[in-house]
Design a protein around this ligand. Structure first.
Ligand code: GLN
Length: 549
């Protein structure tokens, strides 16, 4: 086929991040943190993730399988690592930035059916690997970044990851080794009985990579204890890596936002720039350090309950937890997140779990498990004047509760949970009726909301139009508008044509606001989302009163 790519791409630099030994090493955080450092050196960065599973996207996966589904501006439902990338850098990512094996095979098979391969036998090499390499070039061409960081999901040694590793091996050859860096994130386990860090798993993981033609340039070593000089020497020697390229990535004490600082302390970014021939001044991390300082040493504290269904999972509400951290730092406040399983409220009553919190947040969700517990939480917040923040399902719950207990519409519900409800205050979006497939069929991505004058929403945003990301099928039923407004619930944000309700709020309440979209996807460390910021401010006010009384 000859040379396939225009020379433009030679100017771009590529970093590939692989993982070894075990999963959940924080590869995504390592990739994102490298992005932070390079961006603070004045470089433009974009980040993408390759996921070797066969789902076309994680949108159809349960949070039990996969954690949060992170939604991008263009409506792509992606891996939660893309959330780290957007929070740690200023890159705005698109559906191109998350490639799964499912997409690769879907494309290859579509092409085969179209006859694009001109009678050839279609194979993993070259057809699947070319598809993967093409995506790297597409992402490179789609923005104006100087550096493209690509994280390869999974662990080296997995069968399903092989085509991706072969593709990046070839890619280095295609664009020239001087433009490509391989970073391997690995584990140095501590064996208590021996009182030692063990390097063998890392040696074997690197050997596995070398077997397929990839020699890592930098090793990022996750460890629970200090990686002593002798251990570093050993790793360098047996993994055939420069000693200064063996980086310790210790568990951070307090906050994931310390990760870029940990890496900077070891001058990883200097090494990356040197190896890639990039000239860029050292980073000024002052604002980042100050943010981290507020996270770790807050002057104030408040307690916020998150009432959900996947509460025991660390990652199911990732972006919401992070948004609370951002908003907290902004108010010099440590937000203690009290995770409450909605079903426990059904068993024990709301007061048992919610009497000592300063704010109640109900996140998004699907299916009817725990719904009545969430209704109890919304009722408790409304009646006791506790700041309430409803997100997506959390807005629908607020409406159901208000209908039942204020608007006198007993048995009001969403048709998602009770198709025969006499008062369908939440019902299916018209465009959703008759849809039979589940993948990527919700109302997704960025849509404009017009804010009603003289409302809390308008005041918090300080603007009359906003753009927010969505992921839902059901909506507020405008037939009930009058009854709601008369009862004291204001509809304060609408789609531009006025047909979809985006925000509701209660006037006579310290802070009660609920939104149909997902503001948690737009919050950043030094730029908290206004609705989260307002919520934490209100929770802090309550905490001060609660402590004083
Ligand atoms: N299940 C609800 C809907 O589809 C809410 C979705 C969500 O919270 N993301 O509309």
């Amino acid at each position: 086929m000859g040379f396939r790519f225009p020379p433009l791409f030679f100017r771009m630099k590529y970093i590939f991040v692989t993982g070894g030994v075990v999963s959940s090493l924080g590869k995504g955080l390592a990739a994102a943190s490298i992005g932070t450092l390079l961006e603070h050196r004045g470089l433009r960065v974009t980040i993408q993730k390759f996921d070797p599973y066969l789902n076309v996207d994680p949108g159809t996966m349960s949070p039990f399988q996969h954690g949060e589904v992170y939604v991008l501006d263009d409506g792509a439902e992606t891996d939660l690592d893309l959330g780290h990338y957007e929070r740690f850098t200023s890159a705005t990512l698109s559906r191109l930035n998350n490639l799964t094996s499912g997409q690769v095979y879907e494309n290859v098979i579509r092409r085969e059916r179209r006859g694009d391969y001109l009678g050839k036998t279609v194979q993993v090499i070259p057809h699947v690997t070319n598809e993967i390499k093409d995506r790297i070039h597409q992402v490179a061409a789609s923005g104006n970044a100087d550096v493209l960081i690509t994280e390869i999901g999974g662990t080296v040694g997995d069968i399903e990851g092989l085509p991706f590793l072969e593709a990046i091996r070839q890619f280095r050859h295609d664009v020239g080794p001087e433009n490509v860096l391989f970073i391997h994130v690995t584990l140095i386990p501590y064996i208590k009985a021996a009182g030692e860090l063990k390097t063998k798993p890392t040696q074997q993981s690197v050997a596995k990579l070398r077997e397929i033609g990839i020699a890592p340039d930098i090793l990022v070593c996750r460890a629970e204890h200090e990686v002593e000089p002798e251990v570093r020497d050993k790793i360098a020697m047996f993994c055939n890596i420069e000693r200064r390229a063996v980086i310790e990535f210790r568990d951070v004490d307090h906050s994931i936002y310390e990760c870029p600082l940990t890496l900077r302390n070891q001058k990883v970014d200097d090494l990356i720039c040197e190896k890639l021939g990039i000239e860029a001044p050292p980073p000024d991390l002052t604002p980042w350090r100050s943010f981290v300082h507020h996270v770790i040493h807050p002057g104030n504290r408040c307690r916020v309950a998150v009432v959900g269904k996947y509460i025991e999972l660390q990652d199911a509400y990732k972006s919401i937890y992070e948004s609370l951290v951002h908003a907290g730092a902004n108010h010099d406040t440590g937000v203690k997140i009290v995770r409450i399983d909605a079903e426990d409220l059904e068993k024990d009553g709301a007061a048992t779990h919610l009497a000592n919190v300063d704010g109640i947040l109900i996140p998004g969700g699907f299916g009817d498990r725990g719904i009545e517990g969430k209704v109890l939480a919304a009722q408790f917040a409304r009646e006791k004047g506790i700041p309430y923040f409803g997100i997506c399902l959390g807005m629908q719950i607020a409406c159901i509760e208000f209908a039942r207990h204020v608007a006198d519409l007993g048995k009001a519900n969403s048709t998602e949970f009770d198709p025969a409800t006499p008062h369908p205050v939440i019902s299916l979006l018209e465009e959703q009726q008759g849809l039979e497939t589940k993948g990527a069929t919700m109302r997704l991505g960025t849509w404009t909301t017009h804010l009603v004058p003289d409302t809390l929403a308008r005041r918090l945003y300080g603007s009359d139009t906003v753009k927010e990301r969505h992921r839902h099928r059901y909506e507020f039923n405008l037939a009930y508008r009058e009854q709601f407004e008369q009862g004291g619930m204001r509809l304060s944000g609408f789609s531009p044509d006025g047909t979809l309700t985006e925000i509701v709020e209660i006037r006579d309440h310290p802070y009660f606001i609920a939104v149909q979209f997902h503001p948690e996807f737009l919050s950043k460390p030094n730029a908290p989302h206004p609705l989260f910021s307002g919520f934490v401010r209100a929770a802090l006010d309550r905490a001060v009163i609660r402590r004083g009384s």
